[in-house]
Design a binder for this molecule. Structure first.
Ligand code: HEC
Length: 119
């Protein structure tokens, strides 16, 4: 009797269907993107333009993301996203046009959070 009981259970186990794998979604993680894309090396971890590569950018004007008055292209989320997507021609800021819209938007939001004078 006992034997049969176990067999039935084992059978149930093997015929059980595996649940389908969860659908893959990519959620942009802006802090990692800011590091991996090298933004941090020019713009600095705090966005104040003091990164490890900043001194190599000869004579470059570099914005201070914390201070809205230093943005040449505007400091709104849309303006920042546009700067990232198109870059700033003739400067060290190249176009990150290969990035997806949701990635650029996430980066723009991340930069906006660095702004101190938010009014
Ligand atoms: C090689 C250095 C370098 C890298 C890497 C870099 N930037 Fe820049 N970025 C600059 C410089 C220099 C400027 C200012 C250009 C100018 O106005 O002449 C700038 C400007 C900007 C601006 C426009 C600010 C304004 O003045 O309106 C944004 C936004 C920005 N960068 C975001 C990013 C993001 C996000 C990344 C990474 C995906 C990144 N940058 C990577 C050097 C860099």
């Amino acid at each position: 009797m006992c034997f049969l009981y176990f067999q039935c259970n084992a059978e149930n186990e093997s015929t059980k269907k595996e649940p389908p794998p969860p659908k893959a979604t990519t959620v942009p993680f802006p802090e990692a993107m800011y590091i991996q894309n090298g933004c941090i090396s020019c713009h600095g971890p705090e966005g104040n333009g003091r990164g490890t590569r900043t001194h190599l950018l000869k004579d470059a004007r570099i914005p201070n993301f914390q201070d809205k008055t230093t943005y040449v292209n505007g400091s709104s989320k849309e303006a920042i996203a546009k700067s990232i997507k198109n870059g700033i021609p003739g400067s060290y800021m190249k176009a990150y046009s290969h990035m997806r819209k949701n990635e650029i938007d996430a980066l723009a939001e991340y930069i906006q959070k660095m702004q101190r004078n938010n009014r």
